[in-house]
Design a protein. Structure first.
Length: 645
């Protein structure tokens, strides 16, 4: 593929991505008083909160979003966090935390987390084929063009990521942009291409999910064995992350999913000690999820809501606790509305019908959907049976889940939601599932996360049972854990890494026997899009067919085209006119006027695109031989024409 990069470029880009995702959140978390596992786990979400808030507010103030803007915003957020922490230490001093894990436990959890991160990244990169592969799905081009738009123009507004496709008289399209804002910083600070920037962020998702769940287990005082198990198990289910990497890919949704467990962490810390510092962290956690993807905040409510139920039914002053908790949460909620008003109003506008809501068709019967959940098998040929065995053990030992028993309610709610969406088109189902576009793939991914936690609990409690009964405590607990985890590794064929990679592969054209000339974005189309940059002058726009791979032109070469997405919804009127009537250029004054308004001087045409086999748009058919265009470049899959004066 023409965009192929070197191993050194890949490594440098990964390092830059880790700094961009890690450093601002780390500084803000330290200033807010976070330490240890809580600091490590909350760091990525805090970074996305800092970037996700600073971009739109900078745009509202007429300022560009750049790495400097991101750095200044980091200093501001860290300063506020430090001030609130000092206030907290004086008036609401935190109680010392009781010891939980020993040094060996911490090291073992770190080892499990590193292994999970390595296996997860291996599965993703093996599926892609290489770290700069172009995603072939419908959604990827939006994110690719959006990242470059922010990087080149500094437009951090909530409508800026769609400007490549929805410009002129087209209605602006709202989209939460924290993912794109931080990715644009990675793109500017590293030698990466846009595809490499996207792919590196995707490859880090399993590690982010594992870290989030380890942090959650730690805060809810789970054993180190449980924390290690949840890191390893979380990266194994194919429906959790890998399906939606191949399909779409649904990048901001998957990022939000990986960070969602941190909502429970922030809520628990705040309600255990309502104070300015814990409230600030909860505020940034909630707003950060909203800035990544609107549905992530709703998912966090489904994930952390059951935590409140467990608090309120626990023995003690539970009725007083309800009122106290609700008052405390209301304070954070009011501040969040003020801080994230731009995102909230944009999401409400989207829900009110700016973009048509097209529901997904019913997948199958409810009983089949239940089987897909419990078998960790959505559209795969075989179930991930050893995850199902671990899940069964988790149910058997569920009474030992302690402070994490609420995760069973989360699994129940998200599982029932998936079953309803997969098997019903009732109006109430469509209405309640609208934040996730009624997409069964998204719902099964959300349900998989709590199920993975229960499966990890099953492995951890199996270790405890073997230690107490079979080994009679004569064998060190560490060796029993190694035996249980090692057995799971062997039986699951390395956490199903290869089969998960095979699921990712079709989305990146990394399958045997594929015809490269029949891809939505073919290698020859990429060559032509990059070649186009040699012809086009600044300010000129290129006419293209939105149903072929040339919608990637801006992301790959920086040249703006009339169409920047496969999506035909609410497109600019001039673009629609040219798509259907450009052939009439010599005789149609409206066409010539549209060409002048858009400053069109070139035409690029590919083939196939999305959906595969889509017909050429009527106004762009059979341009070869017409006197008002001159062919200047051609290869097997693409052609470039110059528009004659």
């Amino acid at each position: 593929m023409p965009t192929e990069t070197t191993a050194l470029t890949d490594v440098v880009t990964v390092c830059v991505a880790l700094l961009v995702i890690g450093l601002p959140g780390l500084l803000t978390g330290l200033a807010a008083g976070l330490r240890g596992w809580v600091l490590a786990g909350m760091t990525p979400l805090l970074s996305y909160a800092v970037g996700g808030l600073s971009g739109p507010w900078a745009a509202a103030l007429g300022l560009p979003f750049t790495p400097v803007t991101y750095a200044v915003a980091t200093a501001l957020f860290a300063g506020v966090a430090y001030g609130l922490r000092r206030l907290t230490q004086r008036r609401w001093p935190p109680a010392p935390e009781e010891p939980l894990w020993g040094r060996a436990g911490h090291l073992a959890v770190v080892a499990c987390l590193l292994l999970a991160s390595a296996v997860g990244m291996y599965a993703v990169v093996r599926g892609m084929g290489r770290l700069d592969a172009i995603p072939q799905g419908f959604d990827a081009v939006y994110h690719a063009n959006g990242v470059r738009e922010i990087a080149e123009t500094g437009d951090g507004s909530l409508f800026g990521t769609g400007e490549v496709n929805w410009y002129g008289d087209a209605a602006p399209v709202f989209y939460p942009n924290a993912y794109h804002l931080l990715a644009s910083v990675v793109y500017l600070l590293s030698p990466a291409s846009i595809p490499l920037t996207l792919d590196v962020n995707t490859a880090l998702l399993p590690a982010l999910l594992a870290l989030s769940l380890v942090t959650m287990v730690r805060v809810f005082r789970g054993r180190a064995v449980f924390a290690g198990a949840v890191a390893l198990v979380s990266i194994a289910p194919v429906m959790g992350l890998y399906e939606s990497m191949s399909r779409g890919p649904l990048l901001p949704f998957l990022l939000g999913l990986a960070l969602t467990p941190l909502a429970a962490v922030a809520v628990k810390r705040y309600l255990d000690r309502p104070a300015p510092d814990t409230g600030f962290v909860l505020l940034l956690a909630a707003v950060g999820l909203l800035c990544v993807h609107s549905s992530a905040l709703f998912g966090a409510i489904l994930f952390a809501g059951p935590l409140l139920l467990q608090r309120w039914v626990a023995p003690g002053e539970r009725w007083r606790r309800i009122g106290r908790d609700l008052r405390a949460l209301a304070i954070v909620g009011v501040v969040a509305i003020l801080v994230a008003g731009l995102q909230l109003f944009g999401a409400l506008g989207l829900a009110n019908g700016e973009v048509p809501y097209r529901s997904w068709p019913v997948e199958w019967r409810a009983t089949t959907a239940l089987g897909a959940l419990l078998g960790f098998q959505h559209y795969e040929p075989y179930p991930q049976i050893w995850l199902s065995v671990a899940l069964l053990l988790g149910f058997i030992f569920f009474s030992r889940a302690g402070a994490l028993r609420w995760i069973g309610v989360t699994a129940l709610v998200t599982g029932v939601a998936y079953i309803a969406v997969a098997s019903s088109e009732q109006p109430i189902v469509l209405a309640l599932s609208r934040p996730w576009w009624n997409d069964p793939y998204r719902f099964i991914s959300m349900a998989t996360v709590p199920l993975a936690v229960i499966a990890a609990h099953g492995l951890a409690e199996s270790q405890a049972w073997l230690r107490d009964t079979v080994a009679h405590r004569k064998v060190p607990a560490f060796l029993v854990a190694v035996a249980v985890f090692g057995g799971f590794v062997v039986l699951s064929n390395g956490f199903y890494a290869r089969s998960n990679a095979e699921k990712v592969a079709p989305g990146y054209a990394n399958t045997a026997g594929i015809n490269p000339h029949k891809l939505p974005v073919s290698p020859d189309e990429v060559v032509a899009m990059e070649k186009l940059a040699e012809f086009v002058k600044p300010g000129e726009r290129v006419l293209n067919d939105r149903l072929d791979g040339t919608v990637w032109t801006y992301a790959l070469s920086g040249v703006r085209t009339t169409s920047g997405h496969f999506d035909e919804t609410l497109s600019p009127s001039d673009a629609r006119l040219l798509e259907w009537h450009f052939r009439e250029y010599p005789s149609n004054p409206d066409v010539r006027a549209a060409v002048r308004r858009l400053n069109v001087r070139w035409v690029i045409l590919g083939q196939y695109g999305y959906p595969p086999g889509a017909p050429r748009q009527a106004g762009l058919r059979d341009l070869g031989g017409l006197k008002f265009v001159t062919e200047v470049y051609r290869n097997a899959d693409a052609v470039i024409y110059r528009l004659n004066p």
